[in-house]
Structure formats: C-alpha cells, structure tokens
Write a protein that binds this ligand. Structure first.
Ligand code: ADP
Length: 176
C-alpha cells in the first residue's frame, strides 16, 4: 500500500484594498471590513485624501481614528494614497478591491468607478458587500450632521470616533 504523503503547503495570503474617505470611519465601514475578512486574509484599508470632498477631519485625524479602531489587529492594515487608485494598486501589487454598496444611490457612482478603473487596469476585480440592514442608510455625512446637532453618535461609530466627533463639533463650537 502506498503511504499518502501530507505536505503543508504555505498558501499565498489573499489581500485586498478597501479605499475610501473614512471621514470619519463608521460602523457601516466596520461591517464591510469584517465581512471581507471572511474570504480574504488581510485587508488594507486605505484613506484617499479626496481634497474635492473637503473632508472635515484632516488626513492625520482620519488615520488616527482607523488605527485606534484596529490597534492590535494583524489582519487589517491602515494606509493612505494620493492620486489614482489604479496607480496605488499597481504599486502594492494588489488587484482586489472591496467597496460597500448601500441603497441604490451608491450604484451609479460605483459602477462608473469600476468600469473606468478597469479600462486603466484590466486585472482589477471589485467585490461589493452590503452591510446589515441598520447600516444601509448610514454615512459619514449623516454622522457628522448628527454630531453637529449634538446627537447620539455613539450608536453609529466606535467610541474613539464618537469622542473625536464631540471634540470637533461640540467643544470646537464653544471656541468660536
Ligand atoms: P468614498 O469617498 O470613497 O465614497 P466613503 O468613506 O464614503 O468614501 O466610503 C467608502 C466605501 O464604504 C464606499 O464603497 C461606500 O459605499 C462604503 N460605505 C460607506 N458607508 C457605508 C455603510 N454604512 N455601509 C456599507 N458601506 C458603506
């Protein structure tokens, strides 16, 4: 009888990039991140500076918030990029992109992005994930609006981010 030989072959890590403004990171983003980690090994959450969107939080603040949320995790890496996503992906050698898809409103923009990026870099694939129902209508803009009106942001963002929102909108408004 031939003895079966079992070998432990080291599988290549499956990596993906989750690009976004994260101004600030919300529980909706976190939902997408955890979902993606069911089928990839490591996710690079990468902040686009997006000057056109006029972010409320500086790039450094957005970075600090994401890093604090994922402190001690080795399956999530926080990074940033300027310029085109395709250039960043090529530099990293990662060709899988994760994006979140909420209500129909996201669809047009995301569809356009995928097709434009594919024209520039055909090997990219994008996977769209949908969050749990309660996050379907959650956005960073809504969270900022709630914070501005002194509402309960703790329901929508991690504690560290809720504190930063309060510092920015409540304490900040006292100084004006
Ligand atoms: P961008 O400016 O790139 O749209 P965002 O931080 O607003 O940056 O969003 C990054 C990604 O996360 C997008 O794919 C967006 O659809 C997704 N996203 C944002 N909020 C949610 C949410 N509540 N649930 C699921 N996906 C979300």
């Amino acid at each position: 009888m031939v003895q079966r030989e079992y070998r432990f072959i080291k599988r290549k890590e499956r990596l993906a990039v989750y690009p976004g403004s994260f101004d600030p990171v919300t529980n909706g983003h976190l939902d997408i991140i955890e979902r993606s980690l069911k089928f990839i090994d490591k996710l690079v959450v990468s902040i686009t500076r997006h000057p056109a969107k006029k972010p409320v939080f500086t790039f450094k603040e957005r970075m600090e918030m994401l890093r604090s949320v994922f402190a001690g995790r080795d399956d999530v890496v926080v990074d940033f990029f300027d310029g085109l996503l395709v250039d960043y992906l090529e530099k990293k050698g990662i060709y899988l992109v994760i994006r979140g898809l909420r209500a129909v409103s996201d669809f047009d923009y995301e569809f356009q992005m995928v097709l434009t990026n594919r024209k520039m870099l055909p090997q990219i694939e994008t996977i769209f994930l949908t969050p749990r129902e309660e996050y379907l209508y959650l956005s960073s803009s809504a969270v900022k609006e709630i914070a501005r009106l002194n509402g309960p942001v703790e329901k929508f963002v991690p504690a560290f981010v809720a504190n930063k929102l309060k510092e920015k909108f409540i304490e900040g408004s006292d100084r004006q």
